[in-house]
Design a protein around this ligand. Structure first.
Ligand SMILES: [Zn+2]
Length: 103
């Protein structure tokens, strides 16, 4: 799947679930037993494990992003990420119980 050990992968996965929520950043599909999310390297460089370079994608979108040029890939992810951040900011504003995305 990638060059990380299973342990590193699991930790990164958990980190991303807590930061972004356990869903594809593009279509927001949630992980289920059959829908496994994959860790995407936003700049296309799998050796760049900076948290800012990682996000969760469903299998379909991960494949789609692999076919893109790195610059385009990055632009798309950043656009969705911004959108998701606005969404969670709005949610935590309207509900006291939602703290997803707050820092
Ligand atoms: Zn997706």
């Amino acid at each position: 799947m990638n060059r990380w050990s299973r342990n590193t992968y699991n930790w990164a996965y958990l980190f991303l679930c807590l930061r972004d929520g356990e869903h594809c950043i593009i279509c927001r599909v949630r992980a289920r037993s059959k829908t496994k999310l994959e860790i995407d390297h936003i700049d296309g460089d799998i050796t760049n494990s900076d948290p800012d370079n990682l996000c969760l994608l469903c299998k379909k979108h991960n494949c789609e992003m692999r076919g893109k040029k790195p610059a385009e890939h990055k632009r798309i992810i950043q656009r969705y990420r911004l959108q998701n951040e606005r969404e969670s900011a709005r949610l935590s504003y309207t509900s006291d119980t939602v703290h997803e995305g707050s820092r």
